[in-house]
Design a binder for this molecule. Structure first.
Ligand code: ZN
Length: 224
């Protein structure tokens, strides 16, 4: 009996000894970068709406997926909103001016390395594809948009090009940022994708990869 006990003890000891410790090291490529995600619309402002699918709800879901992905790379991430409310948090009257003014202030208050405004598009049924917008006078904005666009192309298959735009959120913020239209709710195929949680993760990964590429392009430039 004693012998069996000793053998069992030995086997247990050996198992402990040979238990491999598997650790996955995720390189913290965005370590300490401060990034603000701005999920467009919210509250009384649903944004684009098609067949009971509201843009503001999906913007928020994509923003959460993006937050998770950016944080896994070490970034400090803030959202302009985390629930179904606009910046005024009023439920009796919506003012685009008030909402946008407060949104721009909020983004700049974090003094971010960059911000990403998330939106979804709507037009005629055959329009589709993601598109990244940057402020015309922002050199870095254009570089950032290019990296994100190139990376997103792999996921969304878009044929669209990056575009300069004086959207309020780009024009009125002191921070570097881009606005991403992730796809068209008015397109049946893209609407199906945009409702899907696994597609949110794919979008998040591709946007994050674009941001990583943007920062590494800066460090290459600095080393030249
Ligand atoms: Zn929008």
């Amino acid at each position: 009996m004693k012998k069996i006990y000793i053998v069992i003890c030995l086997v247990v000891l050996m198992l402990f000894q040979y238990k491999e410790v598997i650790t996955v090291d995720v390189p913290l490529t965005l370590d300490k970068r401060v990034i603000v995600i701005d999920p467009g619309h919210g509250g009384l402002d649903n944004g684009a709406s098609f067949k009971k699918v509201n843009e503001d709800d999906l913007n928020l879901k994509i923003a959460f997926a993006l937050k998770e992905e950016l944080e896994s790379k070490g970034a400090n991430v803030y959202l302009t909103r985390t629930d179904d409310q606009d910046m005024t948090r009023r439920d009796y009257m919506y003012s685009k001016d008030d909402d946008m003014y407060l949104r721009a202030l909020k983004i700049d208050a974090y003094k971010p390395d960059l911000f990403i405004s998330i939106h979804l598009n709507s037009a005629h049924a055959s329009a589709w594809g993601s598109q990244v917008f940057y402020y015309p006078k922002s050199k870095n904005g254009k570089v950032l948009a290019t990296h994100i666009h190139n990376s997103m192309k792999e996921t969304t298959g878009t044929k669209k090009k990056i575009m300069a735009s004086d959207f309020f959120i780009l024009r009125s913020t002191a921070s570097l940022g881009v606005l991403i239209e992730c796809g068209f709710l008015s397109n049946a195929n893209e609407r199906g994708q945009l409702k899907n949680r696994s597609y949110h993760k794919k979008l998040a990964k591709s946007i994050t990869f674009g941001i990583e590429n943007y920062f590494s392009s800066l460090s290459i430039k600095n080393n030249e």
